[in-house]
Design a protein around this ligand. Structure first.
Ligand code: ACO
Length: 324
């Protein structure tokens, strides 16, 4: 018998305030035309009066409900974020408290920037396959608006806030590519690229969170290669060919990156999920937001083969193949 992790519930939450490109053009020297053509972004959501644990908690609650479960059924919670409520304790413990998880259930945050959800999926899948837990919730959530320098047009037009969550449950499989659930995961990092995308500070250096700083051209170049390579490795490890793939969900940073990755992989544009136009770049939240939104819209169906691929600060990157 082989244990797999099936995705049995999806949930997301977007804070109500919407910031348009025209709004941004009143704050910095930019234009709707520049932002749309260079990034594909039209609008993004901004959290006001709601912290990361609050928006993440809403996504988690929606995912648990969508799975037909209760918070009492959850054995593990992992939150991927670079914008926690407090430096310590983890925001995951706050979510567990607020939603009424069972006492003793492990809950922790991980920091892998835009790759955070794929990292969380890898950890949870491994714990499920080892038999350590049966039901896990993984959530990617960010309040990036809090670490954006709203006077820096190079970065402030790119990011948004939001949260997406997935419930994973142990199911029996055969260990073949026909199984339902997570078929493969892979994660990587390369700290030599640290300087290209980072905040200007942190707890043990400046004692404040700092603002996002980015070498856009370098990030772009690496992102296209890493996203494509991680997807290819995940497909190879899952014994899934590109023709068997129903959907590609790349991290939503920039439409030009997304298009280039689809082209490199030879996956047709109509199979590539795009949400960057209405979410902006929500870092660790981008993939689960796209999954949940497209499940809700019934675009994704049970049995579909979905390839996830992400890349972000560190650099970190990774991929996964899932049969829904
Ligand atoms: N509005 C108007 N002009 C702008 C803006 C803006 N918001 N931002 C930059 N510019 C200007 C620049 O100052 C520059 O002006 P200059 O030539 O006078 O110096 C000009 O536009 C061109 O800048 P480039 O950097 O060449 O623009 P490029 O086509 O590379 O696009 C972008 C910039 C969109 C940031 C691109 O490099 C990119 O997409 N990089 C990937 C980064 C990314 O998406 N990061 C997200 C986080 S990382 C991740 O999630 C993987």
């Amino acid at each position: 018998m082989y244990i797999r992790s099936e995705m049995v519930g999806f949930g997301h939450y977007l804070p109500p305030k919407i910031l348009t490109n025209d709004d941004l053009s009143k704050m910095v020297e930019t234009s709707d035309e520049w932002i749309r053509t260079r990034t594909g972004i039209a609008v993004r959501h901004i959290a006001e009066g709601e912290s990361t644990s609050v928006i993440a908690g809403k996504a988690v609650a929606n995912a648990i409900k969508n799975a037909g479960l209760t918070p009492q059924d959850v054995d593990l919670l992992i939150l991927a974020t670079v914008t926690p409520d407090n430096t310590t304790p983890s925001s995951a413990t706050m979510i567990a408290r607020d939603l009424g998880f069972r006492a003793g259930v492990p809950a922790f945050d991980i920091s892998a920037a835009c790759s955070g959800f794929v990292y969380a999926l890898t950890l949870a899948d491994n714990m499920i396959r080892l038999g350590q837990v049966k039901t896990a919730v993984i959530v990617g959530a960010e309040c990036l608006s809090k670490i954006v320098d709203w006077t820096d047009r190079n970065t402030c037009v790119l990011f948004g806030d939001g949260a997406g969550a997935v419930v994973l449950r142990a199911v029996k499989g055969n260990g073949t590519a026909e199984d339902t659930g997570v078929l493969s995961t892979c994660i990587y990092s390369d700290g030599t690229q640290y300087e290209h995308l980072k905040t200007t500070g942190g707890v043990s250096t400046t004692q404040n969170a700092g603002f996002v700083q980015m070498n856009g051209k370098e990030v772009f170049k690496h992102a296209v290669v890493s996203l494509a390579e991680a997807a290819e490795t995940a497909m190879k490890n899952a014994h899934i060919s590109k023709d068997e793939v129903n959907w590609l969900i790349p991290h939503q940073a920039n439409i030009r990156i997304i298009d280039s990755v689809g082209e490199r992989l030879g996956i047709a544009p109509e199979k590539v999920i795009v949400t960057v136009d209405h979410h902006g770049n929500t870092s660790a939240a981008s993939i689960p937001l796209a999954l949940s939104e497209n499940m809700e819209q019934k675009r994704l169906h049970k049995g579909d083969v979905v390839v996830l691929t992400a890349m972000g600060a560190g650099f970190t990157w990774g991929g996964a193949v899932v049969r829904l």
